[in-house]
Design a protein around this ligand. Structure first.
Ligand code: MRU
Length: 348
């Protein structure tokens, strides 16, 4: 399985997702701030992977800390958590992972642990978050694969694959699990402007796995659906509000509306850590606005004239009425989502 991120000695290693598929380069982050910068600049991206990176970044920063007393150590810990929290606002997995690290820290302090023991505890917790994410993805895959008929032609948007998680993927986990169960599947990968996660990353992952993959530009999806060439859609999520509204990569909403117009099921695959019961509906989900350069340029080449204003909201919200089911590691949720999401979270 492709490792997206790993802890090695005193550093966090991650494959540089900005460079794929042209080159496979590993970035070595030796400090917490270097990890935060890697998250912000999309060296690593995808909601669960961002959470894992933040947890490892916090553990790394505290390992590097020169503090000897618990009070100074705690102040540095809080500062590092704040730094990680400021990287990307939409994926709730980031805040979920930071909260877990805070709880691990609090429990260690409560138990009277020394600074060295707290460091070890944080490193262990980050590794558990990583390992649990891989296990969750595999379980999501098993749940979702039940909804994939043999011969399915599946459309996906962005990259919700191994690269977006600690491994295996959520939406791509469903596709992988269906293929592993012996079903014949083929995938239409939306290019996903402007960062091209679909064209670059989803296609790269699936081709490596030998899964039949066709890349389309985002504006082709409707025409292909109308021709009867799409059997189902499965996408990931950055945050799922309590009522089942789903924030995911910009363009997901358009795909969901098109799927509804053509009677095609629209599925969302995400770990329970992506469910945010504290946010009642999609209107409360913060949408990251990313640098204009992602829209104005492809690599060094400028596409747009100087003087044109640019918008670059990185995510959109799909209202729950467009969602056929949400696959989690604990099972599938269906409408009414307020009840099914509450139950699945409570099951933990
Ligand atoms: O901006 P990105 O690349 O971090 O956005 C990623 C997505 O929107 C994914 O679909 C989502 O995080 C789910 S990843 C399992």
């Amino acid at each position: 399985m492709l490792p997206t991120i790993e802890w090695q000695d005193d550093a966090v290693l991650m494959i540089d997702q900005r460079k794929l598929p042209a080159s496979e380069v590993w970035v070595r982050c030796a400090t917490g701030p270097e990890v935060a910068r890697a998250i912000k600049t999309m060296v690593i991206r995808g909601a669960p992977a961002i959470g894992v990176a933040a947890a490892m970044g916090i553990a790394l920063a505290m390992k590097r800390s020169k503090a000897t007393g618990t009070r100074q150590f705690a102040a540095e810990f809080q500062k590092t958590c704040d730094l990680m929290a400021g990287t990307r606002p939409t994926a709730v997995n980031l805040f979920w992972a930071i909260d877990r690290m805070k709880r691990a820290f609090g429990a260690a302090v409560q138990a009277g642990a020394s600074v060295a023991e707290i460091r070890a505890r944080l490193e262990a917790e980050a590794q558990v978050i990583h390992d649990e994410d891989v296990a969750s993805c595999r379980a999501i895959g098993r749940v979702g694969a039940e909804y994939v008929p043999d011969g399915a032609r599946i459309l996906t948007h962005c990259n919700a694959g191994a690269l977006a998680t600690a491994g295996y993927g959520t939406a791509l986990g469903v596709i992988r699990a269906a293929a592993e169960a012996g079903k014949r599947v083929s995938v239409l990968a939306d290019e996903t402007r402007p960062f091209l996660q679909g064209a670059r990353l989803t296609a790269w992952e699936l081709v490596r796995d030998g899964i039949d993959t066709t890349v389309i530009t985002d504006n082709m999806a409707g025409a292909l659906m109308r021709q009867g060439l799409v059997d189902l859609v499965v996408v990931g999520a950055d945050r799922i509000a309590a009522n089942g509204d789903v924030a995911n990569k910009i363009g997901t909403y358009s795909v969901a509306v098109l799927a509804r117009a053509h009677g095609i099921p629209f599925y969302v695959a995400a770990p329970v850590s992506t469910i945010d019961l504290a946010t009642p509906d999609g209107a409360g989900i913060p949408i990251e606005e990313r640098p204009a350069r992602e829209v104005t340029h492809v690599g060094p080449v400028r596409l747009t004239p100087e003087g044109a204003r640019i918008r670059n909201p990185a995510f959109d919200v799909t209202p729950n009425e467009y969602v056929s089911a949400i696959f989690t590691e604990r099972g599938a949720c269906t409408a009414p989502f307020a009840a099914s999401l509450r139950d699945i979270v409570a099951r933990g």
